[in-house]
Design a protein around this ligand. Structure first.
Ligand code: ADP
Length: 191
């Protein structure tokens, strides 16, 4: 089984690369951002709870996110492996994920971090905001808030996975194809 975490700041290209990786390695892709947006557009109880957090660019509380993630894994137990995209985003989430995977006799294979400078990321997000309906991409203040959330709460996960020997940095600048090639070369080297 291959279980990958795609790691990186907002706009780093996690969702784009996940699309390629999931078909190449036949993995089930779980994007917590996409799941939240799905709940919000369907006006579920979870969506109503998560809406204001997403719109402000704040992280949704851990327990809510963790429960949603566990459900997504448990509903897809026949998968050959998973791509976790946008999860974990806090140390608590990472600890719970490790414990949960152990229970299922699974483990993280690698955490792949897509690296890009903030200026490039902000530009990508603002461009995405023009064509998408994502309110969190349409306001620079909210974009900055997401970076702040990342720096405060998510960045510490680098050392969390590095301590396990599972953290890999990948240059996230360049053509989409080129970045996919870097990722697949790295993953193939781990198999
Ligand atoms: P991006 O990486 O481009 O900021 P995502 O689509 O991954 O966007 O996530 C959008 C929003 O969903 C986040 O700003 C946050 O509000 C919420 N979210 C997604 N994943 C998590 C998580 N693991 N923990 C808490 N909140 C999350």
């Amino acid at each position: 089984m291959i279980n990958l975490i795609l790691f990186g700041k907002p706009g780093a290209g996690k969702g784009t690369q996940a699309e390629f990786l999931k078909s190449k390695y036949q993995l089930f892709h779980i994007s917590t951002g996409d799941l939240f947006r799905h709940h919000i557009s369907n006006k579920t109880e979870l969506g109503i709870l998560a809406k204001s957090y997403l719109e402000e660019g704040d992280l949704v509380p851990d327990q809510v996110t963790i429960d949603m993630l566990k459900d997504a894994v448990e509903n897809n137990t026949e998968a050959k492996g998973f791509i976790f995209d946008g999860f974990p985003r806090t140390t608590k989430q990472a600890e719970v994920l490790d414990a949960f995977l152990i229970e299922k006799s699974m483990q993280i294979t690698a955490t792949l971090a897509l690296e890009a400078d903030d200026d490039i990321l902000v530009e990508r997000l603002i461009n995405r905001g023009i064509t998408s309906e994502r309110k969190d991409d349409q306001d620079e203040e909210k974009i900055r808030n997401r970076f702040e959330e990342y720096n405060n709460k998510t960045a510490p996960l680098r050392s969390f996975y590095d301590a396990q020997g599972k953290f890999y940095s990948v240059d996230g600048i360049g053509s989409i194809d080129g970045i996919t090639q870097r990722l697949t070369a790295l993953i193939d080297g781990l198999l």
